[in-house]
Design a protein around this ligand. Structure first.
Ligand code: X2X
Length: 340
């Protein structure tokens, strides 16, 4: 007995002294959930976060990415609940997919709230972003960094869309929050809610006519081969991504490792945002030329034309502003008006 005790004491001492050895309560693998995998910027960002965590914690924290929201059988609107319950340890989630559980995240889906990239940044990097992180941190997660899916543009298989009337009767796949059903119904379309996994076969068979997603997703998912030959640039909403860790998991890590995971998130998120905007934002619009090169006709709306969509969805904006919280929406409008 005594020799066993001595042996255990000796082993424990050795483990404590060895740098880089995981504490006894660390898991062998931590599960990171994303909707999109590589080569989408979202998935590249996820792989990068996992890689940086491994590096910065000297391998003490081993993260594996599960794209396709496979930890919740592809049901991306259940991701946040699974994260709270600890089925998922870490996630990079779209504000849209978490909106059913965190109503304030619907903010980014208010039609025509954000006119440009600076407006997104004014929200995520300002008081609105802080407030949203505060809210998230009361819901069993530790929010760490803002990434980006992007401005969601409208495509369909039928005809070019230039006015709200062109949307009449179009079957459009939407995701996430009921806000999207309201927006597309207000525009006269026929929206259907379905997961990303179901969307692709539905587009391919023609069960739905159209969809809305960022251009980076349009390209990587080869939407042109899913009959999406008409694309309208209307930038009506943009969805940021949020890097988070389940709170219990977070608390199980040493302070040093928490800071390493946070630094890894900030770095991976910064790179991910740059990738999500590459060829789309600013002067570099090479992604659009690539899309046009695949036979897609692109409609670029004038400000006046955009305004017709804005007017048609104004009641949806007002209704949802009340549900999100008038103070938060007001703060968002102020931050955007003051952006530089
Ligand atoms: O399902 C979508 O459309 C996607 C991939 O953009 C999101 O997860 C919000």
């Amino acid at each position: 007995m005594t020799s066993f005790k001595a042996l255990f004491a000796g082993l424990a001492l050795a483990a404590a002294l060895l740098p880089g050895v995981a504490a006894a309560d660390y898991k062998a693998e931590y599960k990171l959930s994303t909707v999109l995998g590589k080569p989408f910027p979202w998935g590249v960002g996820g792989e990068r976060w996992a890689e940086l965590i491994r590096e910065k914690t000297d391998g003490r924290i081993n993260v594996k990415m599960y794209p396709g929201t496979s930890l919740v059988n592809g049901d991306q609107t259940k991701e946040f609940t699974a994260l709270r319950q600890g089925v998922i340890d870490l996630a990079i989630g779209s504000t849209i997919n978490w909106s059913p559980q965190v109503k304030e995240l619907n903010l980014f889906s208010l039609p025509f709230l954000m006119p440009d990239y600076k407006a997104i940044d004014a929200l995520t990097r300002g008081p609105v972003g802080e407030e949203l992180f505060r809210i998230l941190s009361t819901k069993d997660v530790e929010p760490l960094a803002w990434g980006e899916n992007g401005f969601r543009e409208l495509s369909n298989s039928r005809h070019p869309v230039r006015t709200p009337a062109d949307l009449k009767g179009l079957k459009v796949r939407v995701v996430g929050s009921p806000l999207f059903l309201d927006t597309f119904t207000a525009l006269g379309a026929n929206p259907t809610q379905m997961s990303w996994a179901d969307a692709q076969p539905a587009l391919s068979t023609g069960a739905v006519d159209g969809q809305e997603n960022p251009l980076s997703v349009f390209v990587a998912a080869k939407m042109a081969t899913l009959n999406q030959k008409n694309l309208t640039l209307w930038g009506y909403v943009a969805d940021p991504l949020i890097f988070v860790v389940n709170k219990e998991v977070w608390n199980s890590w040493s302070p040093e490792d928490r800071e390493a995971v946070r630094a890894a998130a900030l770095q991976a998120a910064e790179e991910e945002v740059a990738l999500a905007r590459k060829g789309i934002a600013g002067d570099d619009t090479s992604v659009l030329s690539d899309i046009e090169g695949t036979g897609v006709s692109v409609v670029r709306l004038t400000e006046e034309e955009k305004d017709a969509f804005r007017q048609a969805t104004r009641a949806v904006y007002d209704k949802w502003a009340r549900q999100i919280g008038p103070d938060l929406v007001k703060q968002a409008e102020t931050s955007i008006a003051d952006r530089n």
